[in-house]
Ligand binder design. Structure first.
Ligand code: GLN
Length: 281
């Protein structure tokens, strides 16, 4: 079977099973199996596949049909222009979270040697992206899940920032030993009843998505803890779900009455990031 034939068959199969972007998904799988780029794959479509390559590709497509996310099958996901290793221990980084990283970088640049905490680091995508973009920063990456911290540690090694990111296990800011200039967090914020809708086939860790009855349980606790851990001029940057930003902004106004609160939309127009900037102390 040639590359082109394999792609056509897989594309049809995935489409039949209602997988969106079926052609793209098939290309990603085949490029991964052949260890080449998608561009190389598409410029040389008539090369014959070896039996082993064909078998692995078919297994990938079968797993995808059963609902396993593409990123867990290939073990990779691109985020903020970097390649991250992902598996079922961690949530798959989402494109909308790149905005949180952008905002954190903008604000961190106002400090000479910013101290940053990435709370609920998961795969480490945020902490590692920040470390790559902010060579002067000292970064703490926290997660309650030891398994997630192992995955994040692997990503920091992969990107050579293991000296700059300190991984600490515990509840939100509790294990961070110092007060910080920037807190950045993509915490679980999905309403408990909606978790099955987001985690359709149950592959992602529920703990990383479930934000309690109104989705804000964990975010609220972090905001409380931030009162003791955020420096003057510091920023608390939170990713929020659709329809949550006003409630989060209200809470921040109550906890930090002198702070400047901003809400930033993502590319789909959803109010995605809420930011509180403290006055100088
Ligand atoms: N943005 C994710 C989703 O709805 C949720 C991530 C989270 O809870 N932090 O798919």
């Amino acid at each position: 079977m040639t590359r082109r034939q394999a792609l056509e068959r897989a594309g049809e199969l995935l489409t039949r099973h209602k997988i969106e972007d079926a052609a793209l998904e098939a290309e990603v799988f085949l490029a991964h199996v052949l260890k080449i780029t998608r561009t190389q794959l598409l410029t040389e479509p008539d090369v014959e596949l070896k039996k082993r390559q064909e078998d692995t590709f078919k297994t990938f497509v079968k797993r995808r049909i059963k609902g396993e996310p593409n990123a867990y099958i290939t073990g990779h996901r691109e985020f903020y222009g970097l390649d991250f290793l992902v598996d079922k221990r961690v949530l798959i980084p989402r494109p909308e979270t790149e905005m949180l990283v952008e905002q954190a970088i903008l604000r961190a640049k106002t400090f000479q040697n910013p101290i940053i905490a990435d709370v609920g680091t998961g795969s480490g995508a945020i902490a590692v992206s920040l470390a790559k973009s902010l060579p002067q920063a000292e970064i703490y990456a926290v997660d309650i899940s030891k398994a997630a911290l192992k995955a994040a540690g692997r990503n920091s090694l992969q990107h050579g920032v293991q000296e700059k990111v300190k991984f600490v296990q515990g509840d939100l800011l509790e294990p961070v030993p110092v007060s910080v200039d920037i807190i950045v967090a993509n915490l679980p914020y999905v309403i408990t009843d909606d978790v099955p809708k987001v985690n359709t086939a149950g592959f992602e860790p529920g703990q990383a998505l479930d934000g309690g009855p109104d989705g804000l349980d964990v975010i609220k606790r972090l905001c409380q803890q931030a009162k003791d851990k955020l420096n003057g001029n510091g920023c608390l940057l939170l990713e929020t779900g659709m329809g949550q930003s006003q409630a989060v902004a209200k809470l921040l106004r109550e906890l930090f009455p002198l702070s400047k609160i901003e809400i930033i939309n993502d590319l789909s127009g959803i109010e995605r990031v809420v930011c509180a900037t403290l006055p100088a102390k």
